[in-house]
Design a protein around this ligand. Structure first.
Ligand code: 2HG
Ligand code: ZN
Length: 446
């Protein structure tokens, strides 16, 4: 192919200089220069693109807003075309009676959440990029976020998905109801697949009534290790926080020394942010019981008394990733998970391994962002070894190597070598069956 052809109902960009930004997302990996970037606006363009890809032997790499953390949307090899879904047509359609919202992959997640909220409804997935990411990317990667602690991941909030498969047609998997049991849930196979079986172009999302109350607490611990048992203790006592975030002493010290004003005021040696959204959570027996439980371990306890204070607390948590990245541009940030009952063992293991790292993240569901700040200066072989040790530690405790960012390019080798061989065989068989020409996001995950 000498020149990338024009396509019906699509914009095409093939100028090599303009293609440069499409080699990256927000992870530390860099892909290859794509042949072109295509913005399909509807199914006709996608159908033609799939036909061309099969005929000409190039791969298609899906891209939402490029905010992924694992390199899932960066091209690999010389024959890849980026399919940017930001121009995909479609409207947001709220159906309060069915407690659902239909939206195209191009919809900004911010708008999805706002549209639901305007109707008094809640769409819980809240990855850190929620103000800039696209719905399609969150579906392809099964995004998480702080609210996963209580509400689960993106896949728990999808009733149906529309996806283009290898025949070039868009198919719908699922119906507008939580009860749908006619055969296996194939749509679930596409969610979190990072586009290796086909591309999601839209979805109908499940909603729930919008919580009206929030108790947001800052909990600096007298001894930071005590925080590690707290997620399990809270659940044991019948409390399920809608978010339970955490900064270890090193991250907190860095935030306090170099962060914005709100961060400089943060108390304690290590800090948890807890949020509850149960009805009646801001007063009476709920709060009293909670105080009894938290009081003995807390150096102090601050409850956000209004929306502004709550927003201030979250602003610090939300900027932590970008803040650390700015201070340590070559850092590598990981995303392991262990069951919440094994957090103490995980931190003991991390100390034994002596991996130079700092940690923050979603303590309440055991999803921790272990950051190797000095990764840029480290010997690459040693760094690889450290990451493998970290993953093995998580796995040995019944956890996994990614909680919410996915495999993409960055964790592909580790995923292949550490997963159950039966799982990899099954995934390869599915890939072969659903994408026999290997056009959908080649080189990712598998
Ligand atoms: C977060 O929880 C995001 O802030 C980003 O998942 C994590 O950059 C990171 O390590
Ligand atoms: Zn996170």
């Amino acid at each position: 192919m000498t020149r990338f052809p024009d396509l019906p109902d699509a914009t095409v960009l093939a100028d090599p200089e303009a293609l440069e930004p499409y080699r990256r997302d927000e992870s530390h990996v860099q892909g290859d220069l794509p042949l072109a970037v295509v913005w399909p606006k509807g199914p006709a363009a996608l159908k033609e693109l799939v036909r061309l890809a099969k005929a000409e032997g190039f791969g298609l790499v899906p891209r939402g807003a490029g905010t992924g953390k694992a390199g899932g949307c960066v091209p690999m090899g010389e024959h890849a075309v980026v399919v940017d879904f930001s121009a995909w047509r479609g409207e947001l359609l709220l159906s309060p009676q069915d407690l659902c919202l239909s939206a195209p992959a191009s919809a900004p997640l911010r708008e999805v959440k706002a549209t639901a909220a305007a109707g008094g409804l809640f769409y819980p997935p809240d990855p850190n990029s929620w103000e800039s990411c696209a719905l399609g990317g969150t579906l392809a990667t099964n995004a998480g976020g702080p609210n996963a602690c209580k509400y689960g991941m993106t896949r728990h909030w999808v009733l149906s998905v529309d996806a283009v498969l290898e025949d070039g047609e868009v198919h719908t998997f699922g119906i507008h109801s939580v009860k749908a049991n006619a055969g296996p849930a194939l749509g679930q196979l596409l969610i979190g697949s990072e586009g290796i079986f086909g591309f999601i172009v839209g979805a109908t999302l499940r909603l729930t009534p919008l919580p009206r109350e929030h108790a947001t607490l800052l909990l600096p611990a007298k001894r930071w290790e005590d925080l590690l048992d707290l997620p399990g203790r809270l659940c044991g006592a019948g409390y399920l926080p809608s978010a339970f975030e955490f900064f270890d002493p090193a991250v907190l010290a860095e935030l306090r020394a170099h962060g914005p004003d709100e961060a400089r005021r943060l108390p304690g040696e290590a800090l948890a942010i807890l949020e509850f959204d149960d009805r009646g959570c801001t007063f009476g027996p709920f709060l009293e019981g909670l105080m009894d439980l938290l009081g003995p371990m807390a150096e102090s306890l601050e409850i956000a008394s209004d929306a502004r204070q709550r927003a201030g607390i979250w602003a610090v948590r939300r900027m932590t990733s970008a803040f650390l990245k700015e201070r340590h541009p070559k850092k590598v940030s990981e995303d392991i998970v262990v069951p919440r009952s094994r957090l103490r063992e995980f931190f003991a293991g991390l100390e034994r391994l002596a991996i130079p790292s700092v940690t923050y993240g979603h303590l309440g569901d055991g999803n921790l962002h272990v950051n190797l700040l000095g990764a840029g200066e480290a010997d690459p072989a040693e760094l690889d070894q450290q990451l493998m040790d970290l993953f093995r530690l998580a796995l040995s405790l019944g956890g996994t190597l990614s909680g919410e960012h996915g495999i993409g390019l960055s964790k592909r080798e580790a995923f292949l070598s550490l997963s159950d061989p039966g799982q990899i065989r099954a995934l390869r068989a599915l890939k072969q069956a659903l994408d026999p020409h290997g056009i959908f996001n080649p080189g990712k995950v598998l």
